[in-house]
Design a protein around this ligand. Structure first.
Ligand SMILES: NC(=O)C1=CN([C@@H]2O[C@H](COP(=O)(O)OP(=O)(O)OC[C@H]3O[C@@H](n4cnc5c(N)ncnc54)[C@H](O)[C@@H]3O)[C@@H](O)[C@H]2O)C=CC1
Ligand SMILES: C[N+](C)(C)CCCC(=O)O
Length: 505
C-alpha cells in the first residue's frame, strides 16, 4: 500500500492567494474507503463568492486585458503548459490525494492525472491556434461592405463540478476557458475538493496572474448557488446531476446567462450475437464498473441478443467474480469504494427497489464480505428487468448494471432510446454496416462502437435530452467560452444615399 500523505490544509484560492472563508467554517474530508476523517476544506459562502467573482472580474479587465483576456493566445498557452508540467511532476501525490478523497482505485486516479495534463497541453495548442482564427472574413455578395469575425472570451465563468473525476472534470472547463482568455471561479464538489485546491497551489507556482483562476470549496446551496446566480458571472459551466442542472439553469435564466450542462445518463450497450464474447464482456464491465460506475456516460443498461444472452451472462459473472475489490490503494485494485455514505445508501436503495419490483440480482448487490468498513458495494448485475422499473429508468451512479434481451436490431435501438437521457450509447458487433446504422439511430451525444468509455480530448463530449447541452473537449470545448463578434465596415467612397441630402442653398 502507498504511504498515507499529509493532507494539505488549504484556504480558498482567491486573487492568487489563500483566504480563510468569511464565516470561518470548514467541512470534513472523509476517506470513503475507511470512513476516517483525513482533513478538512474551507466552506465558502455567498460572501466569498462575491470576493472571488470580483477577483476574476478584475483579472479579466486588468490593464485593458493586455496581460490576459486580450493577450495573444501564445501568452496564455505558456501558462497552460506550465500547469501541465507541474501536474506531471506531482502526478503521484495528486493521484493519491484523489484516491483517498473519492475512493477510486489508485491506478485509475493515476490515469486521470495523465488526462488532466494532456487536457491542459491540448488547450495550450488551441490557445495558440486561436490567434490565427481572428479576423476571418465573411464572404458577402456586395462590394461596399466587408465583414469579419472576432472570437472573444465570454468573460468571467462560474464552474460547478462533480466528485466523480474531481480534477479532470474541473480541467475540462478550466483549460479551455483559460485558453479562450476567460477568467474563472471554480466550485468543486464538497465531496472531493482536495486536488482542485492543489491546482490553486500549482497556479501560484507557475505565476498565473492573480484572479485568473479562483477556487472556492463549499456546499452546493451555499457556494454553488450564489455563483450560478451572480450578476457579474457571464457564463456557468456545470457537470453534475440533472436535478442540480435544472436549478442552475433556472438561476442563470434570471440574468439571461448562458449555461452549458453535462448531466446524468442511462446509456445502453448493445451486444449482438456475432461477437467475441469474452472481449465484449470486458467492455461491458469497463462500461459500468470503471470508477465504480460513477460515470455520467456509464453503460448501465446492457442489451444482449437473445442468442448469446445466457452464455454472455455466464461469462460476465465469471469475469466479475475476478474483479479485485479492495482498498483503492492496494495493488491491482479494480473496484474501490463509492464516494460517500450518501451515495452508498442511495445505490443500496436502488438495488433493494429493483428486487422488490421483481428483478433478479444475478450477482452482487451487497457490501463485500471482506470489506466491512468503508462504502464498498459489490459489482452488481441485475436481470429480469422490465422497462417500467426504476432500475431501467433512473441513473444509479454506482457499479450496477441492468440487463435486457432483444431479438432484432430495431428492438435493440428502441430499447436503447427508451430513456429521457441522451449522453452515451455503445454497440458491439462484427457487422460494420450495422454499427454505422446504430450510431445514427441512437439519440445520444456520444456513440462507441466495439468499446465503451474511451474518451479523447480532441473529440466533442456532451449529451442530448436531459443529459444537458453544449459540448466539452475538442475545439467545441473552446467555443463554449468564446463569443463571436461581427465587425462590418462600409468601404465605398459613395454616400449611403438613403436620405435626400439637404439643399445646398
Ligand atoms: N453527470 C455527472 O457527472 C454526475 C452525476 N451525478 C448524479 O447526481 C447524484 C447526486 O450527486 P451530488 O453530488 O449530489 O450531485 P450534484 O449535482 O448535487 O453536485 C454537483 C455539483 O453541484 C453543486 N451543487 C449542488 N447543489 C447546487 C445548487 N443548488 N446550486 C449550485 N450548485 C450546486 C455541488 O456542490 C457540486 O459541486 C449522483 O448520485 C449521480 O446520480 C453526480 C455527480 C456527477
Ligand atoms: C470519460 N471519463 C470516464 C473519463 C469521464 C466521464 C465524465 C463524467 O463522468 O462526467
Amino acid at each position: 500500500m502507498a504511504a498515507q500523505p499529509t493532507i494539505p490544509r488549504r484556504g480558498l484560492f482567491i486573487g492568487g492567494g489563500w483566504r480563510e472563508p468569511s464565516l470561518g467554517r470548514r467541512l470534513p474530508v472523509i476517506n470513503p474507503a475507511t470512513e476516517a476523517t483525513i482533513g478538512d476544506i474551507p466552506a465558502a459562502t455567498a460572501e466569498d463568492v462575491e470576493i472571488a467573482v470580483a477577483a476574476a472580474r478584475e483579472a479579466f479587465s486588468r490593464d485593458g486585458g493586455r496581460h490576459w483576456s486580450r493577450a495573444p493566445g501564445a501568452v496564455r498557452a505558456k501558462f497552460l503548459r506550465a500547469i501541465a508540467t507541474k501536474i506531471k511532476d506531482r502526478k503521484s501525490d495528486l493521484a493519491l490525494l484523489e484516491a483517498l478523497d473519492s475512493g477510486k482505485p489508485l491506478d485509475e486516479a493515476n490515469g486521470d492525472m495523465d488526462d488532466v495534463a494532456a487536457c491542459f497541453e491540448y488547450y495550450a495548442d488551441l490557445a495558440e491556434a486561436l490567434d490565427g482564427k481572428q479576423c476571418s472574413p465573411i464572404s458577402l455578395p456586395m462590394e461596399n461592405l466587408k465583414s469579419h469575425t472576432l472570437k472573444e472570451p465570454i468573460g468571467v465563468v462560474g464552474m460547478i463540478t462533480p466528485w466523480n473525476y474531481p480534477l479532470l472534470m474541473a480541467t475540462w472547463k478550466v483549460a479551455p476557458s483559460l485558453a479562450a482568455g476567460c477568467t474563472a471561479v471554480l466550485k468543486p464538489s464538497e465531496l472531493a475538493s482536495l486536488t482542485c485546491l492543489e491546482l490553486g497551489a500549482i497556479c501560484t507556482e507557475v505565476g498565473l496572474p492573480p484572479g485568473v483562476l479562483n477556487i472556492i470549496t463549499g456546499l452546493g446551496p451555499e457556494a454553488g448557488a450564489p455563483l450560478s446566480s451572480h450578476p457579474d458571472v457571464d457564463k456557468v459551466a456545470f457537470t453534475g446531476s440533472t436535478e442540480t442542472g435544472k436549478r442552475i439553469m433556472t438561476a442563470a435564466a434570471q440574468m439571461v446567462k448562458p449555461v452549458s450542462l453535462e448531466l446524468g445518463g442511462k446509456s445502453a450497450l448493445i451486444v449482438f450475437d456475432d461477437v467475441d464474447i469474452d472481449k465484449a464482456v470486458e467492455w461491458a464491465m469497463f462500461g459500468i464498473f470503471f470508477n465504480a460506475g460513477q460515470v455520467c456516460s456509464a453503460t448501465s443498461r446492457l442489451l444482449l441478443h437473445e442468442k448469446i444472452a445466457k452464455q454472455f451472462l455466464d461469462r460476465l459473472v465469471a469475469w466479475t467474480k475476478n474483479i479485485k475489490v479492495s482498498d483503492p490503494l492496494e495493488e491491482g485494485c479494480r473496484l474501490g469504494s463509492v464516494v460517500s455514505e450518501g451515495q452508498y445508501e442511495k445505490i443500496k436503495k436502488f438495488i433493494s427497489t429493483a428486487r422488490s419490483e421483481g428483478a433478479t440480482i444475478l450477482y452482487g448487490g451487497a457490501q463485500p464480505q471482506h470489506l466491512r468498513r468503508g462504502f464498498f458495494i459489490e459489482p452488481t448485475i441485475i436481470t429480469d428487468v422490465s422497462t417500467s422499473m426504476q432500475i431501467w429508468r433512473e441513473e444509479v451512479f454506482g457499479p450496477v448494471v441492468c440487463v435486457k434481451e432483444f431479438k432484432t436490431e430495431s428492438e435493440a435501438v428502441e430499447l436503447a432510446n427508451d430513456t429521457h437521457y441522451g449522453l452515451g450509447g455503445a454497440v458491439i458487433s462484427n457487422d460494420e454496416a450495422r454499427c454505422e446504422r446504430i450510431s445514427k439511430a441512437l439519440h445520444s451525444g456520444i456513440v462507441w462502437i466495439n468499446c465503451s468509455q474511451p474518451t479523447l480530448v480532441q473529440a466533442p463530449w456532451g449529451g442530448n435530452k436531459r443529459s444537458g447541452f453544449g459540448r466539452e473537449l475538442g475545439e467545441w470545448g473552446l467555443e463554449n467560452y468564446l463569443t463571436v463578434k461581427q465587425v462590418t465596415k462600409y468601404c465605398s467612397d459613395e454616400p449611403w444615399g438613403w436620405y435626400q441630402p439637404p439643399s445646398k442653398l
